[in-house]
Design a protein around this ligand. Structure first.
Ligand SMILES: *Cc1c(COP(=O)(O)O)cnc(C)c1O
Length: 419
């Protein structure tokens, strides 16, 4: 059904009901004013034009009201994080009670491990993917060390088989089956940052829980990309950032999920601050600590409003379009990208991302035999912004909110000539 022509790509853009969204973003341009072909929304999403106005409003209210803005601002700062909860919960398939926007991703992983990584002498090991994002690896290593365990012994890697790139769920099952009595926690990237593989998080939860292990999911590459159904999956906790597919700006605040089954457990070990203390008596200031229920019970500090304003600007766009429509376009757009790459007449290229659309988000990781970073440089010189991963992989993410079929077509045309 796909066709490898510019006409066809342009026709798809004409028929695309989400095509109007592109004009609602700032698309970076070269010095001559040509749009970049931006394929790194998996690293830093582009800026929605309305973000400026959302942040400006809070700056104006700060100027106008000072501290009174906590109550008097058009969007009062005191409950501001609550304005984000419903839309964020929808994006990750959670109940509002389970979700809060706070801190940044790695910080949140640590706070969650304070509660959900409770090792004993016998049951202390942590399972991660062998290709886990470095920050996640460092985080779990430091947790092992903090609890007095050896990081080599304590860390178990779920690896692809010899000669393969992707993970097989049955291999995780085997690891947990055999070593589950020693495993305290599975911390897995729901969508692997390197291969783009979308793992079956419900199965992962079942496998972990069968051996009484806690199960946490890093959704950095999932939130705003795929529709993960966190609540139904049964995982214990999850965390993600909002600057990748959620277009909320560099270093913006992250999201946290704690499953409802833990929402009312006030005995869970956790760190405390005034922001996870009962909001009814928070400003009484003389009360003993009384932890809030649900995801809010992991907050520590009063949060940065300017960052949350940017998140709100973005979530309002997701709310308006709905993940379902975005996901439908995404499957088509990435499918077209895959089709065009497979049309290139060369044996140098291999897509390592799963070919089944249900097992991936929008990203394709393209392995180029005998290539080095100069290929990435040449792509950049041609206005194509991609991400290079050593030794030979280009990661490209056509994002349904702002990438077009024409972007994808032009990208592959240029890649062809560079090969
Ligand atoms: C992007 C990313 C991070 C980054 O963590 P920060 O704390 O937000 O800097 C961590 N883990 C994964 C899997 C990521 O993709």
């Amino acid at each position: 059904m796909y066709k490898p022509t510019l006409d066809y790509a342009q026709q798809q853009d004409k028929e695309d009901k989400l095509a109007h969204l592109r004009a609602q973003f700032h698309i970076p341009k070269d010095p001559k004013g040509n749009d970049w072909l931006y394929f790194t929304g998996n690293s830093l999403g582009l800026q929605p034009k309305q973000t400026q106005q959302y942040i400006q409003q809070e700056l104006d209210d700060w100027a106008k009201y000072g501290v009174e803005g906590h109550f008097e601002a058009r969007n009062p700062w005191m409950p501001y994080h609550e304005f984000l909860t419903n839309s964020m919960a929808k994006i990750v398939g959670a109940k509002p009670l389970e979700v809060v926007v706070m801190n940044t991703l790695t910080t949140n992983l640590h706070l969650l491990m304070v509660s959900f990584y409770q090792p004993t002498k016998a049951k202390y090991k942590i399972v991660i993917e062998s290709d886990a994002f470095p920050s996640d690896r460092y985080a779990v290593q430091s947790q092992l060390k903090f609890h007095g365990f050896d990081t080599e012994e304590g860390l178990i890697e779920w690896k692809p088989r010899e000669g393969e790139e992707l993970l097989r769920i049955e291999d995780l099952e085997k690891v947990v089956d055999e070593q589950g009595d020693e495993i305290a926690l599975l911390l897995i990237g729901g969508v692997n940052y390197y291969t783009g593989q979308y793992l079956d998080i419900k199965r992962i939860a079942e496998i972990g829980h069968a051996k009484n292990c806690m199960v946490g999911i890093d959704l950095a590459h999932g939130a705003g990309n795929i529709s993960p159904k966190l609540h139904d999956s049964g995982v214990d906790f999850a965390a993600w950032c909002t600057y990748k597919y959620l277009n909320s700006g560099p270093g913006s605040l992250g999201g946290l999920f704690v499953h409802e089954k833990h929402a009312h457990n006030k005995d869970l070990p956790r760190f405390a601050g005034w922001w996870n203390h009962n909001k009814e008596t928070r400003f009484n200031m003389r009360q003993p600590f009384d932890v809030m229920e649900g995801g809010e019970g992991w907050q520590l500090s009063n949060p940065p409003i300017l960052s949350m304003a940017a998140i709100r600007a973005s979530l309002d766009m997701f709310e308006e379009e709905g993940m379902e429509a975005l996901r439908a376009k995404s499957e088509k757009l990435t499918g077209y990208f895959e089709y065009l790459i497979n049309q290139i007449d060369t044996d140098r290229i291999k897509i390592i991302t799963p070919s089944n659309p249900k097992e991936r988000g929008c990203q394709l990781s393209i392995q180029v035999k005998n290539a080095d970073k100069s290929l990435h440089k040449k792509l950049t010189e041609n206005n194509i912004i991609t991400d290079w991963r050593e030794p030979d992989v280009i990661r490209c993410a056509p994002v349904p909110m702002y990438n077009s079929f024409e972007d994808v077509y032009r990208m592959v045309e240029i890649l062809k000539t560079l090969l």
